[in-house]
Design a protein. Structure first.
Length: 248
């Protein structure tokens, strides 16, 4: 487990590292850049760089953590990547079930495989399930998520790279929005963010605005810290309410 600068979580747990690009939001993947950096630093865990790697030795790590945390699972990968066997995911879920003091935030771009996995398995009460929706062509992922019953279902619209238009948020508890960071970052327009915020409020979910990223709300490129996280003059970082229910 590692502390993290990701504002909507406390810690990260990476029993899987490495991934392959799935959609437009993956173009400038922060995890890929970080993995290459960690390999260059000769960290054993990242000796394969960003090649998909299963870390059996890390599966039971959270069993040692007594204090409750929000834990982002596989921040350096995608737990539902096509090359991750379901029996390995079973082991991750077993650890989640054994540590009910924690909330585990699971985010995927492979919504179809997540739905397939949980079609025959219980969703742990302390597992929050989410999908990335960064552009209109990925809105279909919401349908796969909305049919699952988890204590929290959420969307990550980060990096938001275009206006999403109308969104059906039925069954969605939480929506995170953020702009892209890095030298090749794509700009995010304020009206795209406000459109999502308004729909989230109308449909009764919680809204979390993370940051503007490399491009400010004024359309000027600068350090992401200088651009900040104010939306309409204030910080809006709501957290969701849990419902605590599972399905087979």
């Amino acid at each position: 487990m590692r502390t993290t600068k990701i504002e909507w979580t406390d810690k990260t747990w990476n029993p899987i590292t490495g991934c392959t690009k799935k959609s437009a939001g993956c173009a400038h993947c922060y995890a890929e850049v970080m993995a290459r950096r960690l390999k260059a630093m000769r960290l054993d865990k990242y000796c394969n760089g960003f090649e998909l790697t299963l870390h059996e030795e890390d599966l039971k790590e959270p069993l040692q953590w007594g204090k409750a945390h929000n834990i982002f699972v596989c921040s350096m990968s995608d737990i539902f990547h096509e090359d991750v066997p379901f029996d390995f995911i079973d082991k991750i879920m077993a650890t989640i079930t054994k540590t009910p003091q924690h909330r585990y935030q699971i985010l995927t771009k492979r919504a179809e495989r997540m739905a397939d996995y949980f079609n025959t398995r219980l969703i742990p009460d302390n597992a929050w399930l989410g999908v990335t929706v960064e552009c209109q062509s990925t809105k279909y992922r919401i349908d796969y998520l909305s049919h699952l019953t988890a204590s929290v279902k959420f969307l990550s619209c980060e990096p938001l790279i275009e206006d999403l238009g109308e969104i059906n948020l039925s069954g969605i508890d939480w929506v995170i929005v953020g702009g892209e960071s890095g030298p090749k970052a794509r700009p995010m327009k304020p009206e795209w963010v406000v459109n999502i915020k308004q729909q989230v409020e109308q449909q009764g979910a919680a809204f979390f605005f993370k940051q503007w990223g490399t491009w400010g709300s004024d359309g000027i490129k600068r350090n992401k810290h200088a651009n900040g996280k104010l939306l309409l003059g204030r910080i809006i970082q709501q957290m969701p309410k849990e419902t605590h229910s599972s399905v087979a």
